[in-house]
Design a binder for this molecule. Structure first.
Ligand code: NAG
Ligand code: NAG
Ligand code: NAG
Ligand code: NAG
Length: 210
């Protein structure tokens, strides 16, 4: 729409008349112009509405057509059961079990196969770095003696000696008892090597040389 600026700045009669003429011209053109615009807008709106409805139907259909997977059924059942501490399975976007599952209340994590069944030897207690299930290429290493001993000690009395294992699950050459501060060297079976124990505050023996 044209704005009439002239009357404000130019008070001369001629200019005002000219403006009036322009205004009339504009008014005469407006009905046909706006009718065309309205028709175009109506068509555009109709097309947009159809596109919106069709895409909405597809979006709804997508969510509704795929039946729930066993993981999703198990998850939804667990979530309805609002008791705190209940294990809620974790599913990916396709509804499949995620390779790693954790219990929020106990802090335990473990690996599952595609049926959601726990793979033996993959459970890790809270505070222990969980096994990265997805990078194990389907074959998950069973726990080593060091890892079994560590996990058992984690459940034992507070202050008990907890073995230290490396990434491959072997005993690290040096072991320390956190609560007493004693350290010693072990052989690959985790057995203490005689004469290597050092009390807290004393220089430790380099077990790697042993
Ligand atoms: C998952 O593990 C369970 C128990 O070990 C087994 O019965 C089932 O066949 C496994 N499923 C797949 C798809 O490997
Ligand atoms: C994982 O499995 C694939 C196919 O079986 C194989 O080619 C690849 O070498 C495996 N990777 C590891 C780290 O085992
Ligand atoms: C570790 O030490 C224990 C006790 O000395 C011994 O019985 C065992 O054979 C040793 N293990 C290895 C792998 O050397
Ligand atoms: C122990 O000895 C090894 C081999 O000589 C050396 O590489 C390492 O840095 C030493 N570690 C410490 C804590 O002194």
């Amino acid at each position: 729409m044209r704005k009439l600026v002239t009357p404000v700045t130019g008070p001369l009669k001629g200019e005002v008349e000219e403006v009036d003429h322009n205004l009339q011209t504009t008014e005469r053109e407006t009905p046909s112009e706006s009718l065309g615009t309205v028709q175009k807008e109506t068509i555009t709106m109709a097309i947009l509405t159809i596109i919106l409805l069709v895409s909405t139907a597809f979006a709804l259909g997508d969510g509704m057509i795929r039946p729930k997977t066993p993981c999703e059924i198990a998850r939804d059942t667990a979530m309805k059961n609002v008791r705190p501490g209940v294990y809620v399975p974790m599913c990916d976007n396709d509804g499949q079990y995620k390779p790693e599952q954790c219990s929020g209340s106990t802090g335990y994590c473990w690996c599952v196969n595609s049926s959601g069944q726990k793979i033996p030897g993959t459970e890790t207690p809270p505070g222990i770095a969980p096994i990265i299930c997805s990078t194990q290429n389907g074959t998950i290493r069973p726990k080593t003696p060091c890892e079994d001993a560590r996990d058992a000690a984690t459940h034992g009395p507070i202050g008990a000696y907890i073995p230290t294992c490396d990434a491959a699950g072997r005993y690290t050459p040096e072991q320390c008892w956190g609560s007493t501060g004693y350290c010693w060297c072990v052989n690959s079976s985790g057995q203490k090597i005689q004469g290597t124990e050092t009390p807290p505050g004393t220089a430790r023996i380099n077990c790697s040389i042993k």
